[in-house]
Ligand binder design. Structure first.
Ligand SMILES: [Zn+2]
Length: 391
């Protein structure tokens, strides 16, 4: 048995407990959370904040070999163009880079990952990992004539992932890579299996432009790659509304990034699907577009908020604490307890693993993180804060 006494214990389910005690068995299973250490023996005193293991709700492990290879702050279109060529690398480089990235996530206190897959490259590593992975198998085709064939190919990859023991779902990449037909098929599949679905949403202003009038840098990107978009009929709405309409309601849908999402967009979400959650990847947004989403607006929307790192192609680290630091620095009024619930319990809930992970509650084995170098007076984290994994 272990008894950790910390300056504050964040259970992710209740307000922080000053001088709280977390009691676990030797394998990290929570036995109790106490409000003080009165009468306890063999207490292990630690300096800082205790919180459950982090959930990285959006990652692309298979892009780990692209670390540091793409220019920063150039905007989404200039980010996408070179990736298509750079994805090609030897199997050894891809595998060893993923291994390093997974070790980095573990050292940074991450216990579960919602991970995008375009290939089976990461399946072997994940099936043997102690971390929990949910594989989001992406299918891409803006051309409606290709919807059925990419869906079929996606199902093959999905079955392979499921057979290897990983919870998996079939998802679109972004509004500009899926036809209305494909989105409808993915929505239907999600409803029949319980999902969850995810989509990169409004990561650049050009998505709305493409759906509004069919022009702009995203169309130019397609044309530049030799693709004729004559089949594409602009919906004359924002991209998000087009997606919501096609996917349909009654399916858990994670909107990732939301960098250009507005109040009007949120009202459309409320209209079409009550099971939408928002994933923030602030450091990737700074890396690619050098702009943050309206975090206050999204946070006030009364829907699940979760955090992700995106890939090492578009981030400096795979650290949920680093994402929390960026949010905290941009808006210090967001309480740390709120940020921790986004980083832990909400992510576990969206992935359907909150009976085991996400909070300090009796019987769970959520992982134990100590956040240190913190501001004890204001119960806050700062740029110098670090995380140590205790279990
Ligand atoms: Zn992504």
């Amino acid at each position: 048995m272990k008894k950790y006494l910390a300056n504050f214990v964040f259970s992710a389910k209740s307000p922080p407990i000053p001088k709280g005690v977390l009691i676990t068995d030797d394998h990290g299973m929570v036995l109790d959370v106490l409000e003080n250490s009165d009468g306890l023996e063999d207490v292990l005193e630690v300096e800082g904040f205790l919180c459950p293991g982090f959930v990285n709700s959006h990652c692309h492990l298979e892009l780990s070999h692209l670390r540091g290879m793409l220019g920063e702050k150039k905007g989404l279109v200039d980010f996408i163009s070179p990736i298509i060529e750079m994805r090609k690398a030897s199997a050894e480089v891809i595998q060893s880079s993923m291994r390093v990235a997974e070790q980095e996530m573990r050292a940074n206190g991450i216990v579960a990952v919602g991970d995008i897959c375009n290939t089976e490259d990461s399946f072997g590593l994940k099936s043997e990992s102690e971390m929990h992975y949910h594989n989001y198998i992406e299918v891409l085709a803006l051309d409606p004539a290709k919807a059925k064939s990419v869906f079929r190919d996606g199902i093959k990859l999905l079955d392979q992932s499921t057979e290897m023991g990983m919870p998996s779902s079939l998802v679109p990449h972004a509004p500009y890579t899926a036809s209305a037909d494909l989105l409808a098929m993915l929505g239907e599949k999600g409803r029949s299996t319980g999902g969850p679905l995810c989509i990169h949403n409004q990561e650049s202003p050009h998505e709305n432009k493409l759906f509004m009038d069919g022009t702009g840098p995203l169309r130019d990107l397609y044309t530049g790659l030799g693709n004729d978009l004559s089949f594409f009929a602009p919906t004359q709405t924002n991209s998000l509304e087009a997606v919501l309409k096609s996917v349909g309601g009654n399916v858990p849908l994670l909107l990732v990034h939301n960098t250009y999402t507005t109040t009007d967009d949120l009202s459309k979400v409320a209209e079409y699907n009550s099971q939408v959650s928002y994933c923030l990847c602030p450091n990737a947004n700074l890396y690619i577009e050098n702009r943050l989403p309206d975090i206050k607006l999204l946070g006030a929307a009364d829907q699940l908020m979760v955090l992700g790192t995106d890939s090492l192609a578009s981030n400096w680290t795979l650290s949920i604490l680093d994402e929390m630091k960026t949010i905290s620095a941009s808006d210090p009024s967001i309480e740390l307890a709120t940020l921790i619930s986004w980083a832990t319990n909400n992510g576990a809930k969206f992935l359907g693993v909150d009976s085991e992970l996400g909070s300090f509650e009796k019987g769970k084995r959520p992982g134990i993180n100590l956040i240190y170098n913190v501001d004890l007076e204001n119960i806050a984290i700062g740029q110098r804060s670090k995380v140590r994994v205790l279990s």
